[in-house]
Every structure is written in C-alpha cells, then in structure tokens.
Design a binder for this molecule. Structure first.
Ligand SMILES: [Zn+2]
Length: 315
C-alpha cells in the first residue's frame, strides 16, 4: 500500500491527512492559518506535513490544495483571492527542502473535483463537472477521466462565467458573474430580498437567528426550509433557477455526464438539488434533444480537497 499526504489550505485552518490508495484518511494534523500568510503560512504547511511524517511511515508524496490560481507546472501560486503575501510564491521550491518528498500544488476546487471523481460521487463517470458552492462557486472539470487544467493551469472557474450583462459586481472585478447569483452568499441575498418584501412572512425564518436580517445565516435558511418555511424555500428556489440555468449553459459547452454539487449549500440536499434539476431541463437549449447531466450531491464533504490532492500527488 502506498500513502500520500493531502494538505488543504483554507482561510481558517491548514488541515492535513495521510491518505491511502482507496481514498481513506488514516491520520490528521492541523494548524490555524496564520493571518499574515506568506512565510508563516508556508511554515505551517511544512509543520503539518512533518507531524504526519513523524507519525506515519511509508508516505511517498505530498499534495497541497489552496484557493487561487496555480501554475500549469503545479509548483507556483500565481494569485490567491484571500491569502496575504502568497502571490507568485514558488511553494514547491520553498517546501521541497523542508519536507523532502515530491510535491504537487493544486487549486482547491480542482482537488475536490478529483477527490469526488476518484472516490466519491463521480466514481462511475469519466466526464464530470463539479461546482463547490460556498461563499462563491469553485469549479473543477474531469474530462476522459483526467483533471482538465487548461493551458495556464486555471481552467474551470465556472463561478466567473458572466450570466448577467452589467450585473452585480464580483470579487474578481467583473460584473454579473455566476457566483453572484447561485452561491451561498447569493442564497442569503435572495432570502433577504424575500424578507424585505414581506416582514410578516419572514418572522419564522428570522426567529432562528438573532431576529435581524443581518444575523441571518445559510444554516438558518436550510433549517427553515426543512421545516417548510415559504420564504426559505423561495430563496432556495431562486438560487436553484440560477444554478440550473448556469449548469444548462455550461453543459452545452462541456457535455458532462454528471454535475456534482458540493460545498456548504449542499447540506440542504434535495431542497436545492430537485429544483435545480427542473431548472436544468427548463433552460437547456435544444429543448428535449440535448441530454441533461445527472445533478448529484458530493459525498466526501470537507475532505474532498485533501483526499483529491493527495491522490494527484501520487500520480
Ligand atoms: Zn467574478
């Protein structure tokens, strides 16, 4: 049996695990993500790897996943949206001497897509699109059973496909991006808009939090929707309309067999997925003639990236 370490660098924690050839995570180590980023963060990653290497014999490779653009040779972080001092950092050069094993760096959403493709919801498919829906929308694409990375290593940024001309301003600097309408943040916005239309109808939903619109969270909306709350269900339905329309457009280009939905929003399960399937059918061009991909929930949860990048490091 060969073992590989996967390390997922998130906004709050650096989580590592030893992963076997079947995708099982056999040991964990973690550090808080240093706020100053840069060299401190690089050190925290090395610490996680070294802790696991002390505990576990037989590890042959290390994969590291993080949000942002990773160079096509999978060595350098070209740009990150939310980590200071890490743009243009050759992580491979900085970490190789500290860790002493072959390294692979990968975008976190790509890593999650690979994890789901190899060991999760996509094991039976060769053409997979994955959307990781959290505050934004991360994307990953598996084509002919291989991760598609593009010419510059930064393919599958589905969250930044423009769906509304001159629409809402996005964190990427463009306007009208998909993630402004179909992400977890968008779900919150749709709920707040529904609340402002009818304070009376919103009383149930707001009672789950501190009673204010500002205190509302995605978990509150999911919980309320499970209880059949009309405002929460409407927010999910609006999100699903955008999500389905986006998936239909992307499917015309990519023709995936399945679309795996991951991230925090998928806790809502069929409350989100069923209206999304209906919307995909409704918005699919070539009405009735273009096959629709299966829309399914991710299976590996928060560990998809860790498991995926450990496997990418192995091959
Ligand atoms: Zn954008």
């Amino acid at each position: 049996m060969s073992y590989s370490i996967g390390i997922d660098v998130g906004g709050t924690k650096v989580l590592g695990g030893v992963v076997d050839e079947s995708g099982n995570v056999l040991a964990h180590a973690r550090r808080d993500t240093p706020r100053q980023g840069g060299a401190e963060l690089t050190r925290a990653i090395a610490d996680v790897a070294l802790e696991l290497l002390r505990e576990f014999a037989g590890v042959e490779s290390v994969g590291i996943s993080a949000a942002g653009f990773v160079s096509s040779d999978r060595k350098t972080i070209l740009a990150t949206p939310n980590i200071a001092g890490w743009n243009g950092v050759n992580l491979d050069a900085e970490l190789s001497s500290l860790i002493g094993l072959p390294l692979v760096i990968e975008n976190d959403a790509n890593a999650a897509a690979w994890g789901e493709a190899r060991f999760g919801a996509g094991v039976d498919e060769d053409h997979i699109m994955m959307l990781t829906i959290g505050t934004g929308i991360g994307g990953g694409l598996v084509v002919h059973g291989e991760l598609y990375r593009g010419a510059f290593g930064i393919a599958a940024e589905f969250g930044h496909v423009r769906v509304v001309p001159e629409g809402l301003l996005c964190g990427c600097g463009a306007r009208g991006c998909f993630e402004q309408y179909a992400s977890g943040n968008a779900l919150l916005r749709h709920a707040r808009e529904a609340i402002s239309a009818s304070a009376e109808l919103a009383r149930n939903l707001l009672s789950l939090g501190d009673g204010t619109v500002a205190g509302l969270t995605g978990q509150h909306i999911t919980e309320a929707a499970r209880r059949g709350d009309a405002v929460a269900l409407a927010a999910f339905n609006t999100t699903a309309q955008w999500l389905g329309a986006g998936i239909a457009s992307l499917s015309v280009v990519l023709d995936p067999a399945c679309v795996i939905i991951g991230g925090g929003v998928v806790d809502a399960g069929e409350i989100l997925l069923e209206p999304t399937r209906v919307a995909v059918e409704r918005y699919m061009p070539f009405a009735g003639k273009h096959p629709s991909p299966r829309i399914i929930a991710a299976r590996l949860g928060n560990e998809a990236g860790l498991v995926g990048v450990a496997d990418l490091a192995r091959i």
